[in-house]
Design a protein around this ligand. Structure first.
Ligand SMILES: Nc1nc2c(c(=O)[nH]1)N[C@H]1C(S)=C(S)[C@@H](COP(=O)(O)O)O[C@H]1N2
Ligand SMILES: [Mo]
Length: 420
């Protein structure tokens, strides 16, 4: 059976369980949709329009219904940029990116974390309660951006989810330092990498396969801000974001921050878990012709993410009256670097003006910017934002180097505004 039909059948089976849906009349569907369902007479009995199905699923995942579902197996959900306006991203507005299936049953009282690998002299297992009581806890706000954020703008299209620019978050994470844990375990001098293991099943359902098992260099693992977290924004980590334990490595592509972790491998070589192999989460060292692949030896693992900014207010398409100034605001980040300035342009990048920029609350947290813009006359404008990091690197005005998997698109964010 083709996967298309099995998908449809799966949806019907799921729907069978929701008998209440069947009792809802077509008229009430239409009122929720705000439009008539044309050809409604052709809808199979008990059919749930996709529009409502997405809303239903988003609610059960704890998400704002305004988020955009890119796909549901695995779950990939993007945040529209104007919904990223909060300084600290709330759970319901946080993008969701999964490579496998969400773990189904999680029992925190039986959850353990095992530290193993060539570079530990002895494997050690901790219960959740031990981790929480034995080590000091720390809290940091950390930017997590998917390496594929912005992929949808590459041409020719790169394979993978066609993300807009909303696969980024900056929540507050609380947990213990990886370095404190490694000190307690005792690791050998030859340790170079820490790989994570999570409990989410591989899409194939094959229990011998891990959906994703990436990692970080040992120096990154030893930074103060690299955590084994058990809380997000002051509460238990939401189920979809890695409850009950998550590795959090701010500034690196978010794929390095393993969810639902029950193991860490301390390796004497670069970790070789699932999705560590080329071209996953790697980019060519030298530019490649769009559409071409690069030999594996010319691909490097993405570490610190590049400089980037988003305008979170107003929403693109905003209209306002002439004579009033427009307040814009947003966030900027640059992987492990600081942002030194953010500028805006209203004349398609010809002239740039400084925005007011805040310091980060801590290293690897995004920084907020704002500006008050006066427009010379009525009409259509675009506001472009460009951040520069403290190494002097600025965002490109156009989509940067094409790469086979469509990573690291840090082109300037643009919004449309109409002065009426
Ligand atoms: N166990 C596990 N951890 C994971 C993933 C996953 O599929 N499984 N996806 C990674 C990727 S590619 C990203 S971008 C982030 C997404 O984090 P979020 O869903 O909490 O926003 O989780 C990372 N950690
Ligand atoms: Mo990702």
């Amino acid at each position: 059976m083709s996967s298309y039909f099995s998908g449809i059948i799966r949806k019907f089976v799921k729907k069978e369980r929701r008998s209440f849906i069947k009792k809802i009349s077509l008229a009430s569907f239409a009122s929720v949709l705000g439009a008539e369902i044309v050809f409604a007479e052709n809808m199979p009995k008990g059919y749930l329009p996709v529009f409502l199905e997405d809303q239903d699923n988003l609610k059960s995942l704890g998400k704002d219904p305004a988020l955009k579902v890119l796909n549901d197996r695995p779950w990939n959900v993007e945040t529209p940029i104007h919904l990223l306006d909060d300084k600290v991203t709330p759970a319901e507005k946080m993008f969701l990116r999964n490579n496998g299936l969400l773990p189904e049953k999680i029992d925190p009282s039986n959850w353990t974390l095992t530290i193993k690998g060539e570079s530990v002299s002895q494997e050690k297992t901790y219960t959740l309660a031990e981790l929480k009581s034995k080590f000091k806890t720390h809290t940091y706000q950390l930017t997590l951006e998917c390496g594929g954020n912005g992929r949808g703008e590459f041409y020719p299209p790169a394979e993978g989810n066609q993300w807009g620019q909303g696969a980024v978050s900056c929540a507050t994470w609380t947990g213990i330092r990886v370095k404190d844990l490694l000190d307690d375990v005792g690791i050998n001098n030859d340790a170079v990498y820490v790989g994570y293991h999570g409990t989410d099943a591989h899409l194939s359902g094959d229990p011998s396969k891990e959906s994703i098992s990436r990692g970080i260099p040992i120096d990154k693992a030893k930074q103060d801000e690299t955590l084994i977290a058990f809380q997000m924004n002051g509460k238990d980590i939401p189920m979809a974001h890695g409850y009950p334990l998550r590795l959090v490595a701010g500034g690196f592509p978010a794929s390095a921050s393993g969810k639902w972790i029950n193991g860490l491998s301390i390796r004497n070589k670069i970790h070789d878990g699932s999705k560590m192999e080329s071209p996953s989460y790697r980019v060519p060292i030298e530019p490649v012709e769009p559409g071409e692949r690069s030999p594996d030896e010319n691909m490097r693992i993405i570490e610190s993410m590049p400089v980037k900014s988003i305008i979170t207010y107003p929403k693109s398409g905003a209209e306002f009256s002439f004579g009033k100034n427009l307040d814009i605001r947003g966030h900027a980040w640059a992987g492990e670097e600081m942002i030194s300035k953010v500028a805006y342009s209203i004349d398609f990048g010809t002239t740039w003006h400084a925005c007011q920029l805040d310091a980060p609350v801590n290293r690897f947290a995004w920084q907020h910017f704002k500006a008050n813009i006066k427009f010379p006359k009525k009409g259509y404008y675009e506001v472009w934002a460009m951040a520069t990091d403290d190494q002097g690197r600025s965002q490109p005005m156009v989509v940067p180097g094409w790469n086979p998997k469509g990573y690291l698109n840090n082109a300037c964010h643009r919004i449309a505004v109409k002065v009426i």
